[in-house]
Design a protein around this ligand. Structure first.
Ligand code: ZN
Length: 440
C-alpha cells in the first residue's frame, strides 16, 4: 500500500482519461487538489495551466477511470470463500451456506473473523480500483465501523430476515439493522455532513426470507430516515411460484429449515408485484440480481426509478438464464454491476465483471459498459454527486488501469479485453491508496 497525503496537488496523466458522462480524452490528465478534482482535460492544456510546482505523474499505456462502484456485495461472507461454491442450484447453495453459518456459532472470536475479512475486503476492493461499495451486513455492529474507517464511499445495508416461525425475531433483527454499529462509527461517520462517506440502509433480504409485513416494516423504518433499501429479487425462477402460490422449492426449503408455519401464505403476486404493493420500489431502492425480470417489468422499474444490480460472474456461476439487463436498460431502467460475495465470486473486481460482460456481449457499446461499473452504480447507491464520474469539483477517486500489453489496440475499452484487467493504482479522495508493484 502506498499512502500519501490527500492534501497535495498533483497532475495525473495517462494515455486516456475516461470521465464518463462526457467523451473519453486521449493523452489527457486529471488535476487534483486537496482531494478534489480541479480539472479534467488534455494534458497539454492542463500542463500549461497547472503551476510548475505541482507534481506531475504520468502513467504510460494506461487509462484513468472514475473509481469503480461495486453496488452489491456481502464483505462479511468472505470468510466462507472457497467453502460453499456455487453448483448451479441456488437453494442447495443457500442450504450449505446457512449450515456453515450455523456451525460457526457466535462470539468474540467470530466477530474478530468478521472484522478481519471485512478489512481485507476493503483492501481488495481498492486493489481492484473499486472506491464505492453497497454492502449488506448481518453483523452491522462489527462491519460498519470498519467500513467507515476504510475511506470508501459506502452504503451499509443492515440485513433483516424474518419469516414463518422466525418472524417473531423481526423487531430484534430490525433493531440491529437500524442501529448496529452506527454509534461506533463516531466521527468517522460523516453521514450528516454535506459530503457523506458512508450511509446506512436497510435490506429485507428477499421475498422468501421476509414475510410481507416485515418488508413493509423495513420500508416504513427506512422512509423517514431517507435510508436506501436493497432487496434480493427475482434471483431464482422458483421465487415466482413461492410468492404467488406459497409453494415450490422455496416452500420446501423453509420446511426443511423448520421455519415454515401457517403465517407463510400465498400472495397471488409475482415477486415484483409483491414488493411494489408493499411500497419497496423507488429511487432509493436497489434490487439485487433481478435475473428473472423481463422486459414487461421494465416500465414499472423505470417509472419508480428503481435500480437493478446485475452480478455477472455470480449469475454465470449459478447457470441462470441470460440476464435481461439489456432489455431493462433499453427501457430506461438504471442497471449497475456488483460482484456479490466472495462465496459465489472469485474476487471483488468490478473491472473483471465489466470484462466478463464485454466477452459475453461484445456488441454492447463501450459507453454503456463503463457506466454500468461507475455512474449507474453511484446513482443506485445515491452517491451520484460524489462518485461515478470525473468532473471538476468532484471527489478525486481514480482508478488507473493498464492497456493490454500487446499494444495492437490502444482504444481505452481494450482494458476490458483482458480477463482480469490490471489496476496500476487507485486514488481515494486525493490519496494514492494502492499501487501495483508489477512493472510493465
Ligand atoms: Zn446478495
Amino acid at each position: 500500500m502506498v499512502d500519501s497525503p490527500g492534501d497535495i496537488a498533483e497532475l495525473v496523466r495517462a494515455t486516456w482519461v475516461v470521465p464518463v458522462g462526457m467523451p473519453a480524452l486521449r493523452n489527457a490528465a486529471v488535476w487534483v487538489i486537496e482531494g478534489r478534482i480541479q480539472a479534467v482535460g488534455s494534458f497539454a492544456e492542463l500542463d500549461h495551466l497547472c503551476p510548475k510546482t505541482v507534481r506531475r505523474r504520468a502513467f504510460v499505456d494506461s487509462v484513468i477511470f472514475p473509481g469503480f462502484v461495486n453496488a452489491h456485495t456481502h464483505l462479511e461472507l468472505g470468510r466462507f470463500a472457497g467453502r460453499v461454491s456455487p453448483n448451479g442450484n441456488l437453494i442447495d447453495w443457500l442450504t450449505r451456506l446457512v449450515a456453515e453459518i450455523g456451525r460457526e456459532g457466535s462470539g468474540e472470536q467470530i466477530e474478530q473473523q468478521i472484522a478481519d475479512v471485512v478489512q481485507r475486503g476493503v483492501l481488495e476492493s481498492l486493489q481492484h480500483g473499486v472506491t464505492c461499495v453497497g454492502d449488506i451486513a448481518t453483523s452491522p455492529r462489527v462491519v460498519r465501523p470498519i467500513l467507515a474507517d476504510g475511506g470508501l464511499l459506502c452504503v451499509s445495508y443492515g440485513e433483516v430476515i424474518a419469516i414463518g416461525n422466525r418472524r417473531h425475531l423481526r423487531d430484534c433483527r430490525l433493531e440491529t439493522a437500524l442501529t448496529g454499529g452506527i454509534e461506533a462509527c463516531g466521527s468517522s461517520n460523516v453521514n450528516k455532513t454535506a459530503r457523506p462517506r458512508m450511509r446506512f440502509g436497510l435490506s429485507p433480504h428477499s421475498p422468501y426470507t421476509c414475510e410481507p409485513r416485515t418488508i413493509e416494516f423495513c420500508v416504513q423504518a427506512a422512509d423517514p430516515r431517507k435510508w436506501p433499501v436493497c432487496m434480493h429479487l427475482a434471483e431464482s425462477p422458483h421465487e415466482h411460484q413461492f410468492t404467488r402460490d406459497g409453494a415450490g422449492p422455496f416452500a420446501e426449503y423453509l420446511k426443511m429449515l423448520g421455519v415454515w408455519d401457517k403465517s407463510v401464505r400465498p400472495t397471488g403476486k409475482s415477486p415484483l408485484e409483491l414488493v411494489y404493493s408493499l411500497g419497496v420500489l423507488g429511487s432509493r431502492t436497489l434490487l439485487a440480481h433481478g435475473n428473472y425480470l423481463t422486459a414487461q417489468d421494465a416500465p414499472l422499474l423505470a417509472k419508480t426509478e428503481t435500480s437493478i444490480v446485475y452480478c455477472p460472474r455470480t449469475h454465470a456461476a449459478f447457470g441462470h438464464d441470460p440476464h435481461p439487463f439489456r432489455e431493462l436498460a433499453s427501457k430506461r431502467v438504471n442497471v449497475c454491476v456488483g460482484t456479490d460475495s466472495l462465496v459465489s465470486n472469485p474476487d471483488l473486481s468490478i473491472p473483471a465483471e465489466l470484462a466478463y460482460i464485454r466477452r459475453a456481449y461484445p456488441e454492447l457499446p463501450a459507453g454503456d459498459l463503463i457506466k454500468m461499473g461507475t455512474s449507474n452504480g453511484a446513482r443506485a447507491l445515491g452517491f451520484e454527486e460524489y462518485a461515478g464520474t470525473l468532473e471538476s469539483g468532484g471527489r478525486a477517486d481514480l482508478a488507473v488501469l493498464s492497456l493490454p500489453a500487446d499494444g495492437e489496440n490502444d482504444d481505452w475499452v481494450s482494458v476490458f479485453d483482458q480477463k482480469l484487467p490490471k489496476v496500476r493504482a487507485t486514488m481515494l479522495a486525493g490519496r494514492w491508496v494502492y499501487e501495483s508493484r508489477a512493472a510493465r
